[in-house]
Design a protein around this ligand. Structure first.
Ligand code: HEC
Length: 260
């Protein structure tokens, strides 16, 4: 009987100490003592999330940050579904250390615009395909471009608003003579590398999406010309951006990481 009451006493002490110690008060950056912290802090580290927790066993805080940091693809490899694009990295075209970003931007812009091989690689093969492509393009355009370039592409989006808006630089008017016959390269260049006050949009649109938006802009231009936009081809002979390609065809260019 005596043994049993001392056992109860011991149990009481243990329970009380757990309760008391699990109620540590939070203070500043200290979240308070946690009971079974594994439940709240994942042991696995997550890419691009620096959620270091001292009870994790992945090494110290610095080691953890290095592991969670996003990394460049291994040299000589390309991500599935992403065809390397010749003009992707401005730095590939640097010939002197003195060249500023703007100089490089201008240089690549000229090269891209004069390169006849740069044409929209997404080629719809039926009217249905074109329809859904333009629908997707309209969605992307309305999210990424419309505030500046306007619903019809006339360069007068709400942000500019005839010069009365918050944005003081005049966005390009895609319905003007200059742009109606501009090469696809001029569009893809602006999206990837930006132009003047327009920033690069590489981080907002995937390569597929960039060309989809360009199809949509072309359809806006066709409305202006009073023409029907009909890029439908019988057979698409150009490689699709979404198809995985073999390592054989990717030799020599492993840089898939956007400069931006
Ligand atoms: C924040 C405003 C803004 C957004 C958003 C924006 N642009 Fe622009 N864009 C501009 C401005 C301003 C210019 C004029 C830059 C210059 O000529 O100096 C411009 C110029 C352009 C040009 C002409 C480039 C050239 O070579 O003359 C193209 C093409 C273009 N934008 C396409 C796009 C597309 C496509 C999108 C959406 C993916 C987009 N822009 C989103 C502001 C914007």
């Amino acid at each position: 009987m005596k043994n049993l009451s001392s056992l109860y006493y011991l149990l009481f002490i243990i329970t009380a100490s757990i309760i008391v110690s699990s109620c540590g008060l939070p203070n500043g950056n200290f979240p308070g003592s946690e009971y079974m912290p594994d439940m709240a802090h994942s042991i696995a580290y997550e890419a691009t999330v620096n959620s270091y927790y001292y009870q994790n066993t992945w090494g110290g805080e610095d080691a953890y940050r290095l592991m969670a940091k996003s990394r460049k693809p291994v040299k000589g490899t390309i991500a599935r579904g992403f065809l390397p694009f010749k003009y992707q990295n401005l730095e590939d075209f640097r010939t002197s250390a003195d060249e500023t970003h703007v100089v490089l931007q201008e240089k690549v812009r000229t090269l891209i615009m004069e390169d006849p091989t740069i044409v929209n690689p997404i080629k719809p093969t039926s009217a249905d395909e074109l329809g859904s492509l333009l629908q997707k393009g309209a969605d992307l355009y309305s999210v990424a471009c419309q505030v500046c370039h306007g619903e019809e592409g006339d360069g007068n989006g709400v942000l500019y608003n005839d010069g009365n808006g918050k944005y003081t630089a005049k966005p390009a008017n895609f319905l003007s003579e200059d742009f109606l016959d501009a090469p696809d390269g001029q569009f893809i260049n602006a999206i990837m590398h930006g132009k003047g006050m327009m920033q690069s949009h590489s981080d907002k649109l995937t390569p597929d999406e960039r060309w989809t938006v360009i199809h949509y802009i072309r359809s806006l231009q066709a409305v202006k010309k009073g023409a029907e936009y009909n890029p439908v081809v019988e057979v698409n002979v150009s490689p699709s951006l979404s198809e995985p390609i073999t390592l054989e065809s990717s030799k020599g260019n492993g840089e898939t990481h956007d400069a931006h």
